[in-house]
Design a protein around this ligand. Structure first.
Ligand code: HEC
Length: 118
């Protein structure tokens, strides 16, 4: 009986996940999705978002880069925070399932004595 219950929970979980995707964009439904749909998918598809994983800080950098280089319009601070919360919650760094990104360092900082700056 217990095993059956576990199976039921598992299947409901994956069923739930499929249901939690926005039908038009494939983005995960959640608070902030509206702001992302309003601001982030007019130049490129949502796929470019879905295939990225980043911390809030890195998402913030991506947004700044997009504003400086790709003509993303200025966003009100509140909207920006809503978007960053959404992105870092649903498209944050993955804890498992994929290998970690390679930590690339400049060659000179690989000598043992030098301290890491970050
Ligand atoms: C005004 C147009 C525009 C808007 C609006 C826009 N982007 Fe982009 N974005 C671009 C362009 C152009 C590129 C591709 C640049 C390239 O790779 O040459 C891009 C690339 C990206 C990338 C890929 C970055 C990488 O590392 O290759 C991500 C992620 C992204 N956008 C997320 C977003 C998010 C999140 C928003 C909403 C806050 C957004 N974009 C809104 C123009 C836009």
């Amino acid at each position: 009986m217990r095993r059956l219950a576990v199976l039921l929970i598992l299947s409901q979980t994956s069923f739930g996940l499929a249901q939690n995707l926005d039908a038009t964009t494939g983005l995960i439904k959640g608070p902030g999705l509206h702001a992302v749909k309003a601001n982030c998918i007019s130049c490129h598809s949502a796929q470019i978002i879905r295939q990225n994983r980043a911390t809030k800080e890195t998402w913030a950098e991506i947004l700044v880069w997009m504003q400086e280089e790709q003509e993303l319009w200025p966003l009100p601070e509140e909207t920006k925070q809503t978007i960053l919360d959404y992105l870092s919650t649903y498209y944050g760094p993955e804890k498992k399932g994929r290998r970690q990104a390679l930590a690339l360092k400049p060659i000179q900082s690989q000598t043992p004595k030098q301290e890491e700056k970050q």
